[in-house]
Unconditional design. Structure first.
Length: 569
């Protein structure tokens, strides 16, 4: 539920802070007092689009903060987890949004910055705002199938996800087949190119890592002469230059006298002996290395030619040899498709047919599930409409997939299967059922939408439902029925309603007055929860208009008493 709402510098609101409760809330006030601004603030909190012109004149930014108390296990917690937002330990969810006069928007959830997309994902789980303009969604038949599927439940939705996976695969296979069919002339031109590229790369007989090993070998061959000269000179210095002989003689001389000062001379003798053995070993290694040096101009020329070829292929087909070889595989595949076009078409057509048959079977199963759900939804809506003073109304969810059959009797699928759903209505006995958008009045639309909301409240688990003047166009017993329906609905979720009807206002558990005042030539709006005498005064105003009399006050009190008895029944 929405626990608290704070608003600063939004339109004519300078600053309000209000606490809410469980149950049914109404917001009333004179026309232009700013009732809809409260709903606008909730819409912004839920990720709605905001513009800079709603910032209070002369202020830098508008600020809104809402505190929600959400039960464990509610879907919003899994959404927060997926988005990496930390949940509080007290089941509180705090959403804060700022909108600057320059149009920049900043949003935080439990103190963490979030994007608008993230905020909308969260808001969709918390708040559902239904205004008069939302009647139009009832007139869009493409929405009707979505409502039916949602009502049908998780079994159908799982089946639908499986179908969509097959349908997506079918569309991809169909596109691949059509592309192959439609590119015949282009393919003839490309075939020569593909053949040339395959031949050019294949003839090169590339090996992964070949270029690196050739470069290393080239470096050695290029400097073979210089290495021979340097190694030979170093070897000569060690042997022919008598370096080893000098070390040997030095060791002999020191050995003769080391017994006279062993603490100093013995370590020196050991060092010289070690140096002699190391120098002798190095000389042997230099000799062996020198003997292994080869100068091969022909091999060097071959390496240069080979590297030139590899670099040429890299410029055409990829930065590395693995890239070139991957390109070769793709080109061979494309070449084979063209050379074996008929075989490929036959294979693709076979795969397409297999997927199509599977999709048709799944779509037929979906259709059967929808037929069963349509009967249940029709009965449920008629029951709800009966309690909304539309007891003689007939409501049907008509399923039709005849339009999905083409002239050649091949069924055409779409992302939802083979069905189209249309809400049909007959408001008077003896009248035929007709599409909703052909016959329903504004007042009837309000009650149909309220009936749908009542049914779907348990399905979508949204804790806060807001009705913005949905009772427009109704009066008398119909208005009373709408009020009673919203009161009943408030046992499952928190209900807010902006209304001008006293029949609706008196049924609320909590009544708030939105009032506009002018102070020092600045307009501001305030919100106050009404209790006892103040609530009677507001109801009397709604009943009597400008002049409130004792008679209207008595009538207001009587309406409240009747409402209390009605809710307690």
């Amino acid at each position: 539920m929405l626990h608290e709402l704070s608003i600063r510098n939004l339109a004519v609101i300078e600053e309000v802070h209000v606490s809410f409760h469980e149950g049914f809330h109404v917001l009333t006030g004179e026309t232009g007092a700013g009732k809809s601004i409260i709903i606008d603030a909730l819409s912004l909190i839920a990720g709605g689009r905001g513009t800079s012109d709603i910032v209070r004149y002369g202020c830098d930014k508008a600020e809104m903060e809402a505190v929600f108390d959400v039960k464990p296990g509610h879907p919003v917690w899994s959404v927060l987890d997926k988005l990496g937002i930390h949940a509080s330990s007290d089941e509180m969810l705090i959403i804060r949004r700022e909108l600057s006069a320059s149009g920049k928007s900043t949003s935080r959830v439990n103190g963490q910055l979030v994007t608008m997309t993230m905020l909308r994902d969260i808001g969709e789980c918390l708040v559902n705002i239904h205004g008069q303009h939302e009647h139009q969604s009832l007139l869009r038949t493409e929405q009707h199938l979505e409502w039916l599927d949602l009502f049908a439940g998780e079994d159908l939705l799982k089946h639908k996800r499986v179908y969509k996976g097959i349908y997506t695969e079918l569309q991809a296979k169909r596109a691949e087949r059509r592309e192959l069919e439609e590119s015949a002339r282009h393919n003839v031109q490309m075939l020569d190119l593909f053949r040339f590229q395959v031949e050019e790369i294949s003839n090169a007989q590339l090996r992964v890592g070949e270029d690196e090993s050739l470069l290393e070998e080239k470096r050695k061959l290029m400097y073979a002469s210089k290495r021979m000269d340097s190694i030979s000179e170093a070897y000569s210095l060690l042997y022919d230059g008598k370096a080893l002989d000098a070390l040997s003689k030095a060791i002999t001389k020191l050995s003769d006298v080391q017994k006279y000062d062993e603490s100093v001379l013995s370590p020196l003798v050991e060092q010289l002996q070690s140096a002699f053995y190391q120098a002798e070993d190095a000389a042997y290694q230099l000799r062996d290395y020198r003997d292994g040096i080869e100068s091969d101009p022909e091999r060097l020329a071959y390496i240069d030619d080979r590297l030139d070829l590899i670099n040429s292929l890299k410029r055409k087909y990829g930065e590395t040899i693995p890239d070139i070889l991957a390109y070769l595989e793709r080109t061979i595949e494309e070449r084979d498709k063209i050379e074996n076009r008929d075989e490929h078409l036959e294979r693709l057509q076979g795969e397409e047919n297999r997927l199509f048959e599977k999709a048709i079977a799944l779509a037929e199963e979906l259709s059967q599930m929808r037929i069963h759900a349509a009967l249940k939804l029709s009965a449920a809506i008629e029951s709800e409409l009966g309690s909304l003073q539309m007891g003689s109304t007939q409501f049907r969810v008509q399923l039709d997939h005849s339009k999905r059959v083409q002239e050649d009797n091949i069924v055409q699928l779409n992302a939802n299967g083979i069905d189209e759903a249309v809400f049909m209505l007959s408001t008077n006995p003896g009248e035929p059922l007709k599409p909703l958008n052909k016959i329903a009045s504004g007042g009837e639309m309000s009650r149909i939408m309220l009936a749908l909301k009542s049914i779907f409240a348990e399905i979508d688990q949204i804790p806060v439902l807001v009705f913005d003047e949905v009772d427009t166009g109704v009066s008398g017993r119909a208005a009373q029925a709408i009020a009673e329906k919203m009161s009943q609905l408030s046992s499952r979720c928190q209900i807010f309603s902006i209304t001008h009807l006293p029949q609706v206002a008196c049924m609320a558990d909590h009544h708030y007055e939105i009032r506009k005042q002018v102070t020092e030539q600045r307009t501001s709006t305030s919100i106050q929860e009404l209790i006892s005498h103040n609530r009677i005064e507001e109801l009397a105003r709604m009943l009597g208009g400008v002049e409130v009399t004792e008679k209207t006050r008595h009538h207001a009190q009587e309406m409240l008493d009747l409402a209390y008895r009605k809710k307690g029944a």
